[in-house]
Design a protein around this ligand. Structure first.
Ligand code: PLP
Length: 335
């Protein structure tokens, strides 16, 4: 099936009342740096603290009556979105996760009424368990990114961006499985083909970037990152988000853990915002000089605020952070 703008318009109608229309606010500090208006799309203000509610709600609202329940695998925010949207529709939800997922995210999903099952050490293993539950227990599996309703739901962000700022020149989208980037690119490019949509990932374990380079979905080793929401594969049998990202994204830019660390400090100290590492990859790319010069306003998606606060406090204090085999050297914030 191919997705079109009409699917995104239908998603916008479907999710009204479950997901909110989020504000798009200027960052004076980042605008000065970019030499253009630099705007932040605050998905942190969604009821679950992340944009994933849009796609999950659209998928669940489009299910036929009489399904037993829904299941998914998730590094956290998709699980929250599915749990919240399932509860809103009175459906049972089972969320499968790998053991790499931070405890705060596991607790957050349980609090939304879903059952959590921890399996394996990678997103791919968690996904296999979710498939099994779907096949053997009669649940409907909701992919975090490779589902037409999920992509259309995330695409409503692109629609709102173009409604609020038709003059946008560049959109910086945090990129993992590519549901967000595919949906936003479809909306933005259909409405304004000259606008550039750029995916941004961390430089270790960026599965979509490796897949676009290889010309087909490939696996990458999953490693710890400050941008933990961007970890995981895109699925070797990816049908939708891979071809859409390959065909619609103008570029994919990669940022280092140190660049993510600094960008988290910038967003907090300059804009007074608490966000996950995954949200600031676009800001990190700007600060690191990794973007081509914008010809008009730039927007990035502040995708979620479900951050481990212990790590967040260390970063704001300029302390070292150790994640798995990686230590990021601390540095106090200086503009
Ligand atoms: C899921 C997620 C992303 C990436 O979305 P994809 O559709 O997987 O590319 C970015 N940021 C946050 C906070 C997320 O939860």
């Amino acid at each position: 099936m191919s997705l079109v703008l009409a699917d995104i318009l239908a998603a916008a109608r479907a999710i009204r009342g479950v997901a909110v229309r989020t504000p798009l606010v200027p960052s004076p500090h980042l605008s000065a740096l970019a030499g253009q208006d630099f705007l932040l799309k605050l998905e942190t203000t969604q009821p679950i603290g992340a944009f994933k509610l849009r796609g999950a709600a659209n998928a669940i609202l489009n299910l036929p009556a009489g399904v037993a329940g829904v299941t998914c695998c998730s590094t956290g925010n998709h699980g929250r979105g599915v749990a919240h949207a399932a509860r809103a529709r009175g459906l049972k939800a089972v969320v499968c996760m790998s053991s790499l997922v931070p405890q705060a995210k596991v607790d957050g999903i349980r609090a939304l009424g879903a059952e959590v099952r921890i399996t394996g050490r990678s997103q791919d293993e968690a996904q296999a368990e979710s498939r099994r539950i779907a096949a053997e227990e009669g649940f409907v599996e909701i992919s975090p990114f490779d589902d037409p309703h999920v992509i259309a739901g995330q695409g409503t962000i692109g629609l709102e961006l173009m409604q609020d700022r038709p003059d946008l020149d560049m959109v910086l989208v945090p990129l993992s499985g590519g549901g967000l980037a595919a949906g936003i690119a479809l909306a933005v490019k259909t409405i304004k083909p000259s606008a550039r949509v750029i995916g941004v990932s961390m430089d270790r374990g960026a599965a979509m970037d490796a897949s676009i380079r290889a010309g087909r979905p490939v696996e990458v080793e999953e490693v710890a990152s400050l941008a933990d929401s961007l970890g995981g594969g895109i699925g070797l049998d990816n049908r939708l988000s891979f071809p859409l990202c390959r065909d619609l994204l103008d570029d994919v830019v990669l940022v280092t853990e140190t660049e993510i660390y600094r960008a988290l400090q910038t967003l907090f100290y300059e804009d007074r915002m608490v966000a996950e590492g995954a949200c600031v990859v676009g800001i990190a790319a700007l600060q690191a000089g990794k973007l081509s010069r914008p010809r008009g306003p730039v927007a990035t998606i502040v995708t979620g605020r479900n951050v481990d606060m212990t790590i967040f406090h260390r970063i704001m204090g300029g302390q070292d952070v150790t994640l798995g085999d990686l230590t990021i050297e601390g540095r106090a914030y200086a503009a």
